[in-house]
Design a binder for this molecule. Structure first.
Ligand code: GRF
Length: 203
């Protein structure tokens, strides 16, 4: 059966990558195959997760290149050499240029740990997002999977899931609950949705 070739771009722990690998293994991500993991950090634990799952994992660090354009051209060459058809940003901490995102229209998605349009855009990453939600005193937060375009966290929304904020939450406890109750569920679902759509467009 034909499957969409997926690359996952990571920078850190890779728990969302793990959710995708688990979904593929359990038969929840039936229409896609994770072929490649690219990290912009050599010390990302996500690289071990890829290796443990037998997925090709490579490091492409921004600092190795003089310009964003050079960095992105190497990323693109890696994607092309694996014939990647869909890109998933799973905690990838680099903002990609419009020239790059335009290469994958409707084929690049990102997971963001809030209910967009709240707490998103430039500066809202990692624990900062949860810190801002707690400071504002929201009672509900959550996660969003969206298509990626040239605006950070600005592409069309695919899926969202709300998560309750609890009395006494810290940014860390809230981050953990948002991951467990939303991110690790939503991202594989969204990946499957997009792969299904890509396959149907090919047929
Ligand atoms: C997640 O919270 C994701 O939403 C955000 O970065 C974090 C990455 O975590 N974009 P992990 O590397 O998947 O564990």
């Amino acid at each position: 059966m034909a499957k969409v070739k997926i690359a996952v771009l990571v920078s850190g722990g890779g728990s969302n990558l793990q959710a995708l690998l688990d979904a593929e293994r359990c038969g929840e991500l039936t229409d896609g195959k994770i072929e490649l993991v690219l990290s912009n950090r050599a010390d990302a634990y996500a690289l071990h997760r890829a290796q443990n799952a037998g997925v090709c994992a490579k490091v492409v660090e921004r600092k190795q290149f003089a310009s964003v354009a050079e960095f992105e051209s190497v990323l693109l060459a890696e994607l092309q050499s694996h014939e990647i058809e869909m890109v998933i940003l799973a905690g990838f901490m680099c903002i990609l240029s419009s020239a790059f995102t335009a290469r994958f229209p409707g084929r690049m998605i990102n997971i963001h740990p809030s209910l967009i349009p709240a707490f998103c855009g430039k500066g809202f990453y990692g624990l900062h997002v949860h810190q801002a939600a707690l400071q504002r005193g929201v009672k509900l937060t959550g996660a969003t999977v969206h298509y990626v375009n040239e605006v950070p966290d600005g592409g069309e929304i695919l899926l969202q899931k709300a998560v309750e904020v609890r009395e006494g939450d810290t940014p860390e406890s809230l981050q953990r609950r948002v991951m467990e109750q939303a991110e690790w569920i939503l991202l594989p679902q969204a990946a499957q949705m997009v792969c299904r759509r890509i396959l149907s467009q090919k047929a």
